[in-house]
Design a protein around this ligand. Structure first.
Ligand code: NAD
Length: 351
């Protein structure tokens, strides 16, 4: 018998090639007058084009967004909000820039527009991960969820192919874990399955033709669905492991997700066999962990933690941190299990 509790997200979504052209109108629709545009230093030029689109609704450009949302950078951005008399933000970029927009909204409760340029999915979650003095904390609040997301696939054409593949697998990880989430509901499972299907189909097309706008549009559509389920239901082992590897060992976010995913799914496969069936249907293989590994190899994604700077001698400490606090997972987790899983991911074994 079914039993569930479902709450839809209040965030508004505008999706389409060229949708960024409506950004000034969107600021006005939020009742705002002056938007501070946010980006990383690497995307400063493209963010400048958003400032131009905003015209007299632009308050300025802040280009210091950084991975893991350091509080010192947030404080500089808060000063820029005050100095430029800004009443809202437009975050242009990936999860790092979205994180900065969320950190500002968490403190000032100012409206946020996000224009995502990767597949991380942060723009549709009420979750903020921020770091201070080397410690990463996660907070959840209604003010953190952006009011409007403008998905414009033209802005993802410049995302380098290796980053496209790992970022796409990062999105797929949200959906894979949503399938067996304890608090899953029929809508989250439908969105997760469709998000996985869209990315499984789009990423190989992008690997062949990186400027194929139709494939880019399909991938961004899949990323929206995968991000939405991340914001809707609880995550388990996979996200816990990636949080530890990113937070305590400073490993790159999307690559870490791409490498750990086949191993985490393989670990949970027997305990969540029915729930993971959509994965087998999408990839045409019976073992979901092996299917994701095969897919990652096919699209040229990294498969071993040793390739991205994780040291073999740190496996024990990572396993210790990852099992220090209990969390829900479809299968019970022991330190020895996690040690074995991380050792396999370090070597890059096929599950
Ligand atoms: P990122 O935002 O750090 O971007 C990586 C690099 O790619 C940056 O230099 C960026 O400027 C560049 N880039 C982004 N889009 C580009 C494009 N279209 N063309 C060219 N270059 C581009 O990477 P990410 O993986 O999107 O985000 C990772 C961060 O997001 C992590 O800090 C992670 O914790 C956070 N995150 C948070 C949530 C959440 O719900 N809170 C969810 C997912 C990720």
């Amino acid at each position: 018998m079914r039993e569930f509790d479902y709450q839809g997200s209040p965030a508004r979504i505008r999706f389409g090639a060229g949708a960024r052209a409506g950004v000034a109108e969107a600021v006005e629709a939020l009742g705002c007058k002056r938007a501070l545009v946010l980006s990383t230093p690497q995307q400063a030029n493209d963010a400048g084009a958003i400032v131009n689109l905003l015209a007299d609704r632009a308050a300025g450009l802040f280009t210091q967004a950084t991975m893991h949302t350091p509080v010192e950078i947030t404080e500089q951005a808060l000063k820029a909000m005050r100095d430029n008399d800004a009443d809202c933000t437009v975050a242009f970029g990936g999860g790092s820039t979205t994180g900065l927009g969320k950190a500002i909204a968490y403190r000032l409760d100012t409206p946020q527009i996000v224009i995502p340029t990767t597949y991380a999915g942060s723009e549709v979650t009420p979750i903020l991960g921020q770091t201070q003095a080397g410690r990463k904390e996660t907070v959840r609040a209604a003010s953190i969820l952006p009011e409007l997301v403008i998905y414009d696939p033209e802005l993802t054409l410049s995302l380098p192919v290796p980053m496209t593949m790992t970022s796409g697998l990062n999105a797929m990880a949200h959906a894979a874990e949503a399938l067996y989430a304890r608090d899953r509901n029929p809508i989250s499972s439908l969105m997760a399955t469709e998000g996985l299907r869209a990315l499984a189909e789009a990423l190989p097309r992008i690997a062949m033709a990186p400027r194929d706008l139709s494939a880019r549009s399909d991938a961004l559509y899949g990323a929206w669905l995968c991000g939405t389920v991340l914001g809707t239901v609880g995550m388990s082992l996979h996200h816990k492991l990636c949080h530890v590897l990113g937070g305590a060992f400073d490993l790159p976010h999307a690559e870490t997700h791409a490498i750990v995913l086949p191993h985490a799914i393989d670990f949970n496969a027997a305990a969540a066999a029915d729930e993971l069936r959509p994965l087998s249907a999408i990839f045409g293989e019976t073992s979901p962990g092996a299917a994701i590994h095969g897919f990652a190899v096919k699209i040229g994604a990294p498969t071993a933690l040793r390739e991205i700077g994780f040291r073999e001698e740190d496996i024990g400490r990572a396993a210790e941190i990852a099992t220090a606090n209990p969390y829900w997972n479809p299968r019970e987790v022991t330190r020895a299990d996690i040690h074995a899983l991380l050792a396999a991911a370090w070597r890059g074994d096929a599950p």
